[in-house]
Design a protein around this ligand. Structure first.
Ligand SMILES: NC(=O)c1ccc[n+]([C@@H]2O[C@H](COP(=O)([O-])OP(=O)(O)OC[C@H]3O[C@@H](n4cnc5c(N)ncnc54)[C@H](OP(=O)(O)O)[C@@H]3O)[C@@H](O)[C@H]2O)c1
Length: 232
């Protein structure tokens, strides 16, 4: 399958690229700024050659996303999977009384509108058999388990889960599998060093969900990286 992954230069995104290549898939690794040192991706490119395409993909840049989709289409490329992984965690400790609404706009722009822009422009390419859209979400987006603070990130992930559900009801007739996936608390730049779940393990399990087309048992399209239903 051809797999498009956003935020592919570090963290979970980089492990998703590595695991997908190891599983024999072709990967289009979207990075915000290809000019910035992408040493790990360069090493994967050297090992996997044409199976890996590194592409400029800033999820806030709709014109850039549209141009990338058009260029891939022109090359006759198709997709089997879109993984919306890129995200930002900001203003976590800021109380509402002090919250600059620009922080909300930033989180929604990257974490919600980003996946929406990507799906908007890449959906026409998602024509391979057993296609999937995976939105990397978070337990932080659960309404049931809401906790104080972190307004921008948590609300953006709750909304992302709604986007997944909307895509599911819209695309199920076309056989496109849609999931919001909580990847676990991982020791990435975002998760910090104390986090217990290796991003490599999470990436392997997420690839398993894609390849086995695991469907949630519950009503909502929100699971963790092991496939267990999450609370909305
Ligand atoms: N880490 C955790 O414990 C945890 C827990 C639950 C959910 N998650 C979710 O898992 C996913 C991956 O998180 P992570 O821990 O790997 O985060 P991370 O280490 O902070 O990496 C974030 C990635 O998103 C990219 N990104 C940010 N803004 C972007 C933009 N405008 N356009 C394109 N790419 C952009 C970054 O690119 P640059 O290098 O260019 O900045 C980077 O590749 C996220 O969706 C996150 O919400 C993480």
């Amino acid at each position: 399958m051809n797999i498009l992954i956003t935020g592919a230069g570090r963290g979970l995104g980089l492990d998703l690229v590595a695991v997908a290549l190891e599983h024999g898939h072709d990967v289009i690794a979207g990075v915000r700024d290809p000019a910035r040192g992408q040493a790990a991706l360069s090493a994967l490119a050297a090992a996997y050659g044409d199976n890996l395409t590194v592409a400029a993909l800033d999820v806030t840049d709709e014109a850039g996303i549209a141009a990338l989709a058009a260029s891939l289409k022109e090359q006759g490329r198709t997709l089997g999977v879109i993984i919306n992984n890129a995200a930002v965690l900001n203003a976590t400790d800021t109380p509402l009384e002090e919250l600059d609404i620009a922080e909300m706009q930033l989180a929604l722009d990257i974490n919600l509108y980003g996946p929406m822009r990507v799906v908007k422009h890449f959906l026409p390419l998602l024509t391979e058999q057993k296609a999937s859209i995976i939105n990397i979400s978070s337990e932080a987006g659960s309404i049931t388990n809401a906790y104080p603070g972190s307004y921008p990130y948590t609300i953006s992930k709750t909304a992302l889960n709604m986007f997944s559900q909307k895509l599911h009801v819209t695309l199920k007739e076309r056989g496109i599998h849609v999931l919001s996936v909580h990847p676990g608390w991982m020791p990435t730049d975002m998760g910090g060093s104390k986090a217990p779940t290796s991003p490599r393990t999470s990436a392997e399990r997420i690839l398993g969900l894609i390849e086995q087309r695991t469907a949630p048992e519950g009503h909502f399209r929100f699971v963790d990286y092991t496939g267990k239903d999450m609370e909305i």
